[in-house]
Structures are given as C-alpha cells and as structure tokens.
Ligand binder design. Sequence first.
Ligand code: AMP
Ligand code: GLY
Length: 420
Amino acid sequence: MNILILGSGGREHSLAWAIKQNPKCDRLICAPGNAGMDEIADCASIDILNGGAVREFCAENAIDFVVIGPEAVLAAGVADTLRAAGILTFGPSQAAAELEASKSFTKEICLTADAPTAGYARFTDATSARAYVQAQGAPIVIKADGLAAGKGVVVAITVEEALAAVDDMFDGAFGEAGASVVIEEFMEGEEASLFVLCNGESCLSVGSAQDHKRVFEGDKGPNTGGMGAYSPAPILPAALEAEVMETMIRPTLREMVKRGTPFQGVLFAGLMILDGQARLVEYNVRFGDPECQVLMMRLGAQVLDLLLACAEDRLNETRAAFADDHALTVVMAADGYPGSYEKGTAIHGLDNLPSSSLQEVFHAGTANRDGQIVAVGGRVLNVTARAESLRQARDLAYAMVDAIDWPSGFCRRDIGWRAL
Ligand code: AMP
Ligand code: GLY
C-alpha cells in the first residue's frame, strides 16, 4: 500500500522508519519530511495544515493510508477532511482533538467519567481567579486553557507567583489560549506517559515512556519539547498500567463516544504517580516527541499493522508484541535551544554510524544542502538504541552521540538517570 506520513520531526522519522520495514508498505511519502526521512521515503512539500491540499495530494498519488503526527494538523481538522473523502486515516477528529487543545474540556471529561486527576476550577476573569488562588494557597498550578505550544503551564510555588501567572494570562501572554484559565491542585509524584491506540471504546496499549523536559542535566533550566526519553517506564508496572486503562482510559473513551465525538488515534496520557497510584496530568492526542522514537524502536515493523488495526477498528482482535527490552533516545539540540539558535550548521559523522533494528539516528530539524546534512531546527537529532537492559541501551546511544561531530550542538549526558 501507499502510505503518507504528515510531519517533519523525530517522531515522524521514527514512524517512517518502523512503517517502512513492514512488507505491506510499498511507497512511503513524508510531508514535509526532513533529511532523515528523505533517505528512506519520498518527501513532498505540501501545506499539511490545509486538509483540502492533503486530500488532493492523496488522490493524485493513490495514497491508501495517512498517518498524522503533529497536534496542529489534528486540531486543524485534517483527519476529518480526509475521512470524509473516504481516505483511511490514523488520527483523531478535530472534535476529539479537544482532549489536547482544551484543558478545561479534558477536566470536564475526567469529572464526568470519574477519571483520577487533580481538582480544578476554570476562570474567565482575573478577579475571581485571584480570589480562588488566595483561598487555595500554594503550591498551585495555573494553566492557559488553550494550546500554548507547551508553555502555558505555571507550577507556582508561592501565592505571589500564582497571582503573577494569573495576571500574565489574562493580560494576553498566551493570546486567545489564556482567555480562559484552569487552576489546578498541585500533584506531587513522578511523571510517566502511557500511549494507547484507541477507536471508539476499543483500546490497546503500545507502551510507556518517560521523557526529560528540562534542557540541562539534573532536570535544570527551562522546559523544552523533551531532551530524551526511554521505554518502558519502570514506575508504571503492568498492574498499574491495567488500573490506568480501567479507571482512566476506558471511562474517557466511553464519555467521548457518549458525546458523539469518539476518539480514534493514539491517546497519550501524561500521568503523575505517587505511592503506586496514578492521576492524569494531561492528555495529548498524538505520539510524544521524543517518546515516539523509543516506542517505535521497540515495536518495529508491526507498527503499521497496529496503526491499520486502529484506523480500521480492529483493535479488539489485535495484540502488540513486546520483547523484554529497553529503548533510550538522546536528543541533540542546537546550542541556545530552547532559546534562539543558529541555523545551517554542518553535522558530520552520521554516515559512519550503524543503522539496524537496535540503533538508529532519527532526524528532527535537519536538511540536506548539496549532500551535507545541516541543522535547521532546535531539536535536531534523536540518537536511539535498544538493548536487553536500559543501561546497555544508554551506553549504546551515547557511543553514537560521541561519534557525531557537530560542534554547534549539545545534549544532556544524564538521560535515563531516574530509572537507572
Ligand atoms: P501540561 O502541559 O499540562 O503537561 O503541564 C506541563 C507540566 O507541568 C507537566 O508535565 C507537569 O510537570 C507540570 N504539571 C501540570 N499540571 C500539574 C499538576 N496539577 N501538579 C503538578 N505538576 C503539574
Ligand atoms: N515530549 C512531550 C510531548 O511530545 O508533548
């Protein structure tokens, strides 16, 4: 079959890498793609936020299956446009993507479904939000309701910080996303993520992961999209995962069906775990980046069968096969990220690295300029390895990092520290 993957990050490169290994995949096209995807697939420059443009591209290229990576594409309703045209598509509708696009929507769903999460209140004016903060005290969490590129959350340690965050949001620091503000109880614990393929009320876990959001070692410095990840997450053993499926995922899916907006795609549950109990921090409606890279490394070619089973509503008869293994990815980013950084710096040494089912460098912000791979984004490479133990996977990944010659890039040297 002919398959189109939408997106251009490390997440999409790892999806392409796994899908390409499946004999069902004839032609693979990535849009817009990056230099890494260009090595294993055709890349097409289409405006992926424009559902009509994607639909026409699919018709012209006899595309049988579309896999959507980024949330912005889902929030733009591209999956709806494609499905309305009869094109098999992996990814939720615009209405179901509200689970990521609106924090108050998710909170309401959890409340109705009795899914465990932090207590909250929603405000549309600063005066009542400030009064609520004063009454609740700190620590407390202030969130812009809408999509704010992962930056709309302030974990306030003091009441003063919380009040300042409330004022910032209502003063427009996050634009429209901050016109409504969710204030949440602060949850203590350790974070982990669970990834579940869903269609209506059917669901199938495809694994857990933990990422490293802060830019510097020891979890210091500003938040990023993620500087590294590993799978599985030891803090989420099978029994707890099963409990999360029963008390959180299935009730959420039932409530979405009840509202007439069934969810189809991958539900990414961000969990806070304390004393063996998990509560929901947030849902995302897509694979995590870089979490996807470690999941793909563990699952390999079967990913295409799993995504097809999801899109074709056959999850109930499908199983994911896991080896008893561990995968770890180290993100290499451009100096200065997540602030400003230089573009166009040359990366050497990639050609000499082994590429196998146990180790691969997934590209994110890269381009090929006359045969030279250059960095064109903040997060640039995802150096990924799989092994029998997490320690071995980590050592393998860092050996690859050390073989990459990119003076303008950096990475954290402590990926996996929590589990190790
Ligand atoms: P979110 O965008 O909702 O995932 O929030 C970003 C980060 O803020 C999370 O990964 C947590 O580290 C933290 N966070 C969000 N909500 C809470 C909460 N209620 N209690 C503690 N930490 C939180
Ligand atoms: N790595 C976190 C995310 O993809 O949202």
